[in-house]
Ligand binder design. Structure first.
Ligand code: PMV
Length: 360
């Protein structure tokens, strides 16, 4: 077993296909170069401790508590464990995540946890649709799977499948019925195509894709927006079916472009797709005043922007087409800040979960 461990996993954005994915179409998501970092080290203490530095929270567990969790008699079926933990209605989802892993991993003994100090820090803004909880879930699942030797520190493709499965269940604790996009991107990294609850393609792109992510300052509202689109759909099914199909076609074109070599013509096409997708999301009524304002400000400087995620608030992405420090980009950033938005630049399509140090 390790003496010192360092691992990390990325946050995500949805590039295109949000909402239509709920209607069985494809969605394309990718990692961003903001990560959650986990460090674990054994000390002389007789406790297991987990510190969540960003939210100033600490969880400690002693042997008696560990054993009483292990003795809670629930069927060893992941869905049953989640049902049981949700039934208990605790609002400490981080602690519930540890409980889930203790209950789900039969091989876990107190010797593996005793004296283990874990620290988690995240560069991903919390609760903004950028996959912070999924990234936490992937890091924690990876730690526990390493502790029980269920995966190898070299992380084979099969190990990633196992991590993704456990992280998906932890996401169920945080979000009830997650789609699985966030944990898949955080596990595999790069670009992930998702359809009907499954990853249907994973790929890297040779494009240097830099974007500006701008937080609208309005909290994202996934459940409300999904419900709102559902109501609109029920009232206008014959129109919205076309709209969802258009988004699906657009996602397909996006994938083709990302897999090709870079060219000037391609930047134009990617910009087209971003703007078309935003127009379709606007028609679905998930844009709002703040988002429209970000879209228009970026447009004044010649950049194309769309909602990323559910909308009604949350974040937007602006394609920078290879420009990172140009005058236009700098001017746009200061203009957005003048309007009380919070933009930051990030690179798309970085690596997934990664063991950075595993020292014996
Ligand atoms: O911003 P997020 O991660 O909440 O994205 C939600 C994406 C939706 O398509 C609107 C809902 C879903 O479950 O896929």
């Amino acid at each position: 077993m390790f003496k010192y461990l360092k691992l990390s996993s990325p946050g995500k954005i949805i590039l295109c296909g949000e909402h239509s994915v709920v209607y069985g179409k494809k969605a394309l998501a990718c990692s961003i170069n903001l990560r959650t970092n986990l460090k674990a080290e054994y000390s002389n203490s007789s406790l297991f401790s987990l510190k969540l530095n960003d939210i100033n929270k600490s969880i400690e567990l002693n042997q008696t508590q560990f054993e009483s969790i292990q003795n809670e008699s629930i069927e060893n079926d992941f869905d049953k464990i989640i049902e049981y933990l949700n039934f208990k209605k605790s609002d400490d989802k981080h602690f519930d995540s540890i409980k889930f892993l203790i209950l789900a991993l039969d091989q876990l003994t107190w010797e593996k946890l005793s004296g283990l100090d874990v620290q988690i820090e995240s560069e991903i803004p919390l609760a903004s649709g950028l996959g912070s909880s999924a990234s936490f879930s992937v890091c924690l699942a990876t730690l526990f799977l390493l502790l029980t030797s269920s995966i190898n520190p070299k992380l084979s493709q099969n190990d990633l499948v196992i991590i993704n499965k456990y992280a998906f269940y932890l996401e169920k604790l945080f979000h009830g019925k997650p789609s699985g996009i966030d944990n898949s991107v955080s596990t595999y990294g790069n670009f992930v195509l998702f359809e009907k609850g499954s990853v249907v393609d994973k790929f890297e792109s040779s494009l240097d894709l830099n974007v500006l992510i701008t937080n609208s300052g309005v909290p994202k509202q996934t459940l409300e927006q999904v419900k709102k689109v559902r109501n609109l759909y029920e009232r206008n099914k014959e129109i919205l079916d076309h709209l969802m199909n258009s988004i699906d076609t657009l996602v397909g074109k996006f994938v083709v472009l990302l897999k090709q070599e870079s060219s000037i013509e391609k930047s134009i096409l990617l910009n087209d797709l971003i703007t078309l997708n935003q127009g379709l999301l606007y028609s679905l009524q998930v844009s709002n005043r703040e988002i429209n304002s970000i879209v228009n400000l970026a447009n004044e400087f010649g950049f194309h922007t769309k909602i990323t995620g559910a909308g009604g608030g949350g974040c937007c992405i602006t394609l920078l087409n290879g420009e990172k420090t140009s005058q236009r980009v700098t001017q746009l950033i200061s203009k957005l800040k003048d309007n009380n938005f919070m933009p930051f630049q990030t690179k798309l399509g970085t690596g997934g979960v990664c063991i950075e140090k595993f020292e014996f």
